[in-house]
Ligand binder design. Structure first.
Ligand code: GDP
Ligand code: IMO
Ligand code: MG
Length: 434
């Protein structure tokens, strides 16, 4: 029995969906603990592609329990749509297969309206480039102690009282501050009554169920969303998301004790991408030959918004920040196949900022924006590696690249991913097996 946390080590889209899907094979419960439908986790099973924004990726296995923890924020319309799509594919999502924490906060229509209005009001250079899903405003209400929780769906009077107060307050900001249209109490009331009826059977106490699972000897897998550099406290603030994305939040965001976590696996894309605004030291700007090749070959378009992902070299300053912040015990190196064909590869080792040397991300965003990576050059490999299933069959230069990552980070890889499909994987060590 083990509890394993999977987190992104970079700026999201590292391949968490694929790795979680793979590890789900060995897990009994799969738990999301933060973020909302800003996430887009892609899985490819037997050539068939699935994208999940809110339901844990493990839902494709019929005999597993998926849980949405208290740290997640839920757009009920999006959740129901995802459930409908799965039902349509012959994978009915029943209350036995999905449990939603009563303490998870709800993303309301006015959160999305505020997200859009605020972004539109910001000048160039100040925009965050959010996903527009209402993430920031919803988490603001949570910490502001005025949020509406999934559990409020089970108590109509409380739900409506909170809704009334919130709509009044948000409409003040929407109309007076941003000159936007107001939200309609009546429309939300009606729409959400339908949502409440459908979701009520799924709502319960995730912390209690997780504790039962742990005591019952079950394997538990925590699925992170976003990535370490998007963490609200430790990322490239303010160009971050509004939740803690690092492993410590697996406990807070689900109601699980930290002493019960056995392994923390960091997903590290073999190069780096970022979607949205904000500093990205190892970026290869649009028009750069290698950057454009990585973007094209890696299919680097956002799974949530369809935006082009910015691409760059592997940055071990970012990776080592992730090792420290998450307490990583293993790495899953993804998209190694995308680097095939590059004659030389660059690995970012430290930053130079106005003559100062950094070997972790500067906390001052002005400095981060000026950070120039100091690179180490290594040889690339030319072979297609998507068919490789054993470490010994990887071209020597690909093995050297993986070894260099291990040497610099001090963390051994447990998984190497060489293609999007579940099968296109080298499982070097199963983190559920002690
Ligand atoms: P997540 O947000 O971390 O789950 O990642 P996304 O799903 O947003 O983006 C990762 C993309 O890369 C998806 O389209 C995956 O299907 C794909 N992918 C995952 N692992 C690999 C890999 O090893 N090689 C290739 N070529 N694609 C991969
Ligand atoms: P997954 O789980 C990549 C980025 C947005 C924006 C910033 C804030 O698929 O890795 P938000 O809407 O959260 O307020 O946007 O965070 N962002 C992501 N980037 N992958 C994600 O999720 C992301 N979720 C948010 O692009 O820059
Ligand atoms: Mg994604």
């Amino acid at each position: 029995m083990a509890s394993v946390v999977v987190v992104g080590t970079q700026w999201g889209d590292e391949g968490k969906g694929k790795v979680v899907d793979l590890l789900t094979n060995y897990a009994d419960c799969i738990v999301r603990f933060q973020g909302g439908n800003n996430a887009g986790h892609t899985l490819v099973v037997n050539g068939k592609k699935y994208v999940f924004h809110i339901i844990p990726s493990g839902i494709l296995y019929e005999d597993k329990t998926c849980m949405i923890g208290n740290g997640v924020i839920i757009d009920p319309g999006v959740l129901l749509q995802e459930m409908d799509e799965l039902n349509g594919k012959g994978l009915p999502v029943t209350p036995g297969r999905l449990l939603i924490s009563e303490n998870a906060h709800l993303i309301m229509p006015y959160h999305q309206m505020l997200d859009h209005a605020r972004e539109a009001s910001l000048s160039r250079g100040k925009k965050i480039g959010t996903t527009g899903r209402g993430i920031g405003p919803c988490y603001m209400d949570k910490v502001g102690r005025v949020g509406i929780k999934a559990g409020d769906f089970l108590d109509t009077d409380q739900f409506l009282a909170k809704l009334q107060t919130n709509v009044e307050e948000k409409n003040f900001f929407l109309t007076k501050q941003y000159g936007a249209e107001p939200a309609s109490f009546a429309a939300i009331k009606e729409q959400f009554a339908g949502f409440a009826e459908k979701l009520a059977p799924f709502i319960g106490n995730v912390s209690v169920e997780l504790d039962k699972a742990r005591r019952g000897g079950k394997n538990i897998l925590f699925e992170g969303a976003q990535g370490t550099q998007l963490d609200i406290d430790h990322g490239t603030y303010p160009f971050v998301t509004s939740s803690n994305t690092i492993a410590g939040n697996a406990c807070i965001g689900s109601g699980f004790g930290p002493a019960h976590i056995d392994e923390v696996i960091g997903i590290l894309k073999a190069y780096t991408t970022r979607v949205g605004e904000g500093p990205f030291p190892s970026e290869l700007p649009e028009g750069d030959k290698v950057g454009d090749e990585l973007q094209k070959k890696g299919g680097e378009f956002g799974a949530t918004t369809g935006r082009r992902r910015r691409c760059g070299w592997l940055d071990m300053v970012v990776a080592n920040d992730a090792v420290r912040l998450n307490g990583l015990t293993g790495l899953a190196i993804t998209k190694l196949d995308v680097l095939s064909g590059q004659p030389k590869l660059q690995i970012g080792r430290k930053y130079s900022v106005e003559g100062e040397v950094f070997d972790c991300m500067p906390s001052n965003i002005r400095k981060t924006a000026l950070a120039e990576p100091v690179y180490e050059e290594v040889e690339g490999w030319q072979e297609d590696i998507t068919g490789v299933r054993d470490l010994a069959d990887l071209p020597q230069k690909a093995r050297d690249y993986v070894r260099r990552i291990e040497d610099i980070s001090g963390i051994a890889p447990v998984i190497i991913s060489v293609g999007p499909d579940r099968e296109e994987t080298l499982l070097l060590r199963n983190p559920f097996e002690k």
